[in-house]
Structures are given as C-alpha cells and as structure tokens.
Design a protein around this ligand. Structure first.
Ligand code: FRU
Length: 494
C-alpha cells in the first residue's frame, strides 16, 4: 500500500479503510506479532464490532489481513475487546495434533430483540497460526450478573500452572479475576476496586509482572485499567496499580491506594493498551500498543476513508522511586531502522527568542527528535513542530510550573471537537538542571517520552500538510538546548 491521504500516519499502524478502536488479542507466535483490533468492516464510525487483523515480524512494518472474527449477524453478536493466547499444551482441546491452537477470549456483546444489551465472555480458536478463527460452539464460557462485563485479558500464570483472566465490571469500577485449566471453565477468584480514579467506567484491564529496575530477582505485579471519561487529560485514559499477587487476589501497595491516581500517559490519545502474550522468555520484554484516540472525539476526527491509528509499540518497565514505582515506556528499538540521515546540533543558546531550525536541515512531517534542555532562567523553552505562520504544536519545559508540556492549541484542524485545543502538562523534576525529551512526530500525532520514558504524552494533531517547520524557542529568559538529534523517519508503507 502507499498511504498518502491527508493525516495518514506514516509509521503508525492504521487500517486501509474504516473504523478501528482498541488493540485486541496481541500475541506473538512463531516469529509473528499479531495485532487484532476492534474494527467496523462496514463503515468509518463505531459499529458492527469485529476483530480486524494485521501482522508484523518487526513491530514496525504491518501487513493488513482479512477480518479475523466477524460480527455475528444472526445473533447480533458484537465481537468486543479481548485477548489471545497460544495454547501450547492444548489445554482447550481445540488443537488438531499439529501446531498449538491460538485461542481468542473476547466479549460477546449481544443486542436482544427488545433492544437491551448484555455481555459475556466467549472463545474463538485458530489452528492455522492465527489466519482464520472458528467460534466455539459452547459460547459464551463466562457470564456474570451485570450487563456490563467485558474485555477479558488472559495469560498463562506460571505459579498457578493455570490460565488467569482479569475482566472489567465497567460501571462498578471493578475488575474480577478468574482462573481456568482449559480456557472453557472459569473459577471465580476475587474482585479489585473501586480504587484510584473512578470518574468514568473501567475498561480493558491488563495484568502482568515486571522486574523492578530491570532486576529479575525483584518482581512486582502491575494492574493496568482504562477509564472513560474523567482521565487526566479529559475523556478516556488509563491508570495503573503496582502490588503483589497472592494466588487469589491482587494486593496493591499502599502508596497506590493513598496517593493521587497513577496515570499511564498524560496526553489525550492513549487508550486500551494491552500487552503481547507469549513473548519468548529469552526476549524478556513486555510490549504493548495503545489506541491513539480519545472517546471524546474518536468518531469525529477528520480522516477518511479510515479512522484511528495505533501508538508506536512500546516496551514497558517498572522503576522504583521513593518507596514507590512508576511505569516506564520506551519506543521499541526496532523503530530505529526507519531513521534517515541525522542532523546533530550542540549548545544552542536561546535568549528570549525563536530560532528557525529549517536552515539546519531540521523540518518535516514525520521524524524523531531528542533534545536535552537546560532551562536556565527561562520561563519556558522547547521546540515548535509542524509549524507554519499561524500553526504549531509546542513541546517544551515550563520552569514556572516545573512541567513538560505538549500544546496543541494552535496545531491545526480542531473544530470537530470543542475542547480539542488544549495543552497537556506533566510534572517533571530536573536532574542536574536538565531534562531530556524524545519525541516522534507523524502526519497526525506526537508522542513525547520524557527522561527515557518515565513520563509520556501522546496526542493527535491535524496540521496542514504544508506545516513542516521546526523551531527552537526560549521565553522570559535564557536557556540552552545542549543537544539536538533529529532523524527524518522513513514511511513504513512504501
Ligand atoms: C473500550 C471499549 C471496550 C469494548 C470496546 C467496544 O474502548 O469500550 O470496553 O470492549 O471498546 O468496541
């Protein structure tokens, strides 16, 4: 494919046509990363939920595949979000003696004749390596007395020697844990919640173990859960809790129950992230991707004939700090293959001025940039991207509020949603008087990784195609950008 419509992401996954939302069934199998996702095969707005499908061998280049699990027309069954596992021991019995089956565990969203809806968990399996799926005739496999009961996330739990599911009770602000020996019969274990932020419904939980500070001897459990609306940047977003798993229940560390919510991303457009199952142990990475959109305006963003994109895939880590933990996200290393010839600048002194970087060869619509900033006595210092005379997206550090920010107030098209013009701030401590910001700019997005990923801001923007300027600025004093590295990024679609 050669994707060149206005706003078409050049190094992010998007479907050729039609509507997409949450990533689903992320699973690695036999050298292939599968990315299933919520998809409407019939239109460019949410509806007729099915699982779309794409595959990659490097998490960078994607092949579009046929719809994997279609909307059930007869029984009006929407195929809502869920996960997929490789059933190595054929515990489900779906295998045929050849390669292990891939089993998808998803939510059936039924619309009844009287118009009411309810939800239960169902299975579909593939015995051809994830190309085609068959719905299990015994569906659904798990029901609960609440019409909102969805987004099952299943993984193999080594200690229990069983499958472990975490699933949301959205309007109760709870998740539930279940265990199974065969993916078909599920035993209730426990509830978690309400806790943390409860300003909106809870969706798309994920539950995984991470080494603390990359030390395999010290592991903690992370419960990740999405919330809509009421998240840190407005609308949909996500939070996490860190704690222990005792075989039955998740026990959060006290700091996660006592302090303000722990947000995964401080921007508007990172939702429903789940991690890849079955990553080989020797690889030892925990990887995920999120839906780069916000339910506040997802159905209105000005793109056609498709809507929505995924974030860049990220590895996730846990860092200890002051008796607590924070989730760290880093762009996957394989993205480096897209880097074209770099431009490097050192010690750019800025005194209440803006310097056009185009003359240095820094400009464009799809690029990666790393800047190290010494804010000095400036009130605010940073980089303008996707810039034209009356348009820019601003990424920088504000000394007055001690924030890193991404400002899309004047970033381009915004009239599809009142409130789109906003600025997102994230508190950041300088270390040795400097802050390091790495960001990825695409035709309709910016992803900002602060201090090696300890804070992230992900935002959609819709600038004019002609807005390709990049400049550096300092306001209200003098600052130095000690290092600038810039790489144009190659398109993944050519
Ligand atoms: C989250 C969500 C899920 C649901 C899916 C439906 O974005 O609302 O809870 O399964 O989207 O498309």
């Amino acid at each position: 494919v050669n994707f060149s419509e206005p706003y078409r992401p050049q190094f992010h996954y998007s479907p050729k046509i039609n509507w997409m939302n949450d990533p689903n069934g992320l699973v690695y199998n036999d050298g292939v990363y599968h990315l299933f996702h919520q998809y409407n095969p019939f239109g460019n707005r949410w509806g007729y939920m099915s699982w779309g499908h794409a595959t990659s061998t490097d998490l960078v280049h994607w092949d579009h595949k046929a719809v994997a699990i279609p909307y059930g027309k007869e029984e009006e069954e929407g195929i809502f979000s869920g996960s997929a596992v490789v059933d190595h021991q054929n515990t489900s019995g779906f295998g045929d003696g050849g390669d292990p089956p891939i089993v998808a565990i998803y939510t059936s969203h039924y619309t009844r004749e009287d118009g009411s809806t309810d939800q239960a968990q169902s299975l579909a399996y593939s015995i051809d390596g994830g190309q085609t799926f068959t719905k299990f005739e015994g569906n659904p496999v798990l029901e609960f007395d609440d019409p909102d009961f969805r987004d099952p996330n299943v993984s193999w739990n080594e200690e229990m020697g069983r499958w472990l599911m975490v699933v949301a009770l959205p309007t109760q602000h709870k998740v539930q844990f279940y265990a199974s020996d065969n993916l078909k019969d599920w035993e209730y274990l426990s509830d978690f919640g309400p806790a943390g932020a409860t300003g909106g419904i809870w969706e798309c939980p994920d539950f995984f173990r991470l080494p603390v500070d990359d030390n395999p001897e010290n592991q903690k459990w992370v419960l990740h859960v999405d919330m809509n609306p009421g998240s840190v940047a407005g609308g949909s977003g996500s939070q996490y809790f860190v704690g222990e798993w005792d075989g039955t229940s998740f026990i959060p560390d006290e700091t996660f129950m006592e302090t303000a919510p722990h947000w995964t991303d401080y921007g508007t457009d990172f939702y429903a992230a789940i991690s890849w199952n079955n990553i080989p142990e020797e690889d030892a990475r925990q990887l995920w991707v999120g839906w780069m959109n916000n339910w506040d305006y997802a159905n209105e963003i000005p793109t056609h004939p498709w809507r929505s994109a995924m974030s860049i895939p990220r590895s996730i880590h846990l860092e200890s700090n002051n008796e607590s933990y924070s989730l760290v996200q880093k762009p996957v290393e394989s993205l480096r293959q897209l880097r074209e010839d770099p431009v490097r600048l050192e010690n750019l002194d800025l005194s209440d001025e803006t310097i056009d970087l185009s003359q240095e060869g820094i400009s464009g619509k799809a690029f990666e940039m790393i800047v190290e900033i010494e804010p000095g006595d400036a009130e605010s210092v940073g980089i303008n991207v996707r810039e034209a005379e009356n348009q820019r997206t601003v990424i920088g550090y504000n000394s007055v509020n001690q924030n890193v920010f991404a400002d899309r107030t004047n970033s381009g098209e915004s009239d599809f949603f009142e409130g789109f013009e906003q600025r997102n701030d994230v508190p950041v401590h300088l270390s040795d008087g400097t802050v390091k910001i790495r960001f990825f700019v695409d035709w309709s997005s910016v992803e900002v990784f602060v201090n090696d990923g300890s804070r992230v801001i992900t935002n959609r923007i819709f600038p004019d195609p002609e807005s390709i300027g990049v400049s550096a600025f300092a306001d209200g004093g003098s600052a130095t950008i000690t290092n600038i590295e810039f790489w144009p990024l190659e398109s993944i679609w050519t």
